[in-house]
Design a protein around this ligand. Sequence first.
Ligand SMILES: NC(=O)c1ccc[n+]([C@@H]2O[C@H](COP(=O)([O-])OP(=O)(O)OC[C@H]3O[C@@H](n4cnc5c(N)ncnc54)[C@H](OP(=O)(O)O)[C@@H]3O)[C@@H](O)[C@H]2O)c1
Length: 288
Amino acid sequence: MAFIQTVINRERDQLEPALPQGLRELYDGDLWFRESPAQRPLVVANFVSTLDGVASYGIQGHAGGSTISGSDPADRFIMGLLRASADAIMVGSGTVNDTNPKSLWIPDYTYPDAKLLYAQYRVSVLGKSKYPLLVVVSGSGKLELERAIFQTAGVPTVIITTPAGEDALAKAGAMKLPSVQIHALDAEGGIISPLAMLRLLYVQHGVRRLLHEGGPTLFGQFLAAEAVDELFLTLSPQIAGRGGDAIRPAIVQGTKFIPETAPWFQLLSVKQSAEHLYLRYRHAESQK
Ligand SMILES: NC(=O)c1ccc[n+]([C@@H]2O[C@H](COP(=O)([O-])OP(=O)(O)OC[C@H]3O[C@@H](n4cnc5c(N)ncnc54)[C@H](OP(=O)(O)O)[C@@H]3O)[C@@H](O)[C@H]2O)c1
């Protein structure tokens, strides 16, 4: 991995470092998060985008974030660090379906070179469980249950779905999967409210820090619900372009704002490694 260098850091220094020294060196600085707001987890999102704002090529086999980042090692390292920092990681079914079936959303899998550093930080410093909980959101319950995320002992997964989705999952045998828990929540037109999901995770799973990894459809709904506190955005130095024929989503798809309601963000830090930029923003409403 090329060195990560901090270009701008507007985070206030804390008395005690949060990251162990090895991770502070690799990240070129410390990584602090605020306490969760009352009654819901702190929601921190992480995306990678091209210079022209494309988050997915939408081409089978090349739809994922790694095509956008060019499998950039520093992006993988930061993704692993954010995963190691989180109680739970949330993804929508569209993102799951476009990922390698063997993928696991755990720090070791994300950037194996830092496996020991992540484990020391997560378990010894943060006092968290070995692996973050993976939360998959699917209204329909149409999920490929043979995927590693549903089959790996010791790596817990929660599926948030609708009552109809729960029936579909039960028929497919999901209730027999030992590492999987299913929660059915009411939905309007198949859409479960983001705040209901956050309340469930806060109350039933003790989630205080949630890493939101999209995709663009799910993320847009969380933004509209004013339930996003931070955004980590890797800017990858390529241009994907768009034709009139194909959808190439940006980091938000299916939700649109007007100037009066569009969320604004404050820049917290800028890091750089080779040609990539790593931006950290805080939602302007979460400044207190
Ligand atoms: N560049 C990046 O950083 C990045 C990050 C993430 C994803 N991506 C890419 O983005 C693409 C996926 O985009 P996407 O927007 O289609 O995926 P998505 O947001 O991950 O998934 C959409 C699906 O999630 C479920 N869902 C979302 N909101 C829901 C709600 N409120 N209630 C119930 N179910 C809900 C629905 O599943 P059901 O249809 O099952 O009901 C919906 O079809 C993939 O190609 C992925 O690789 C890129």
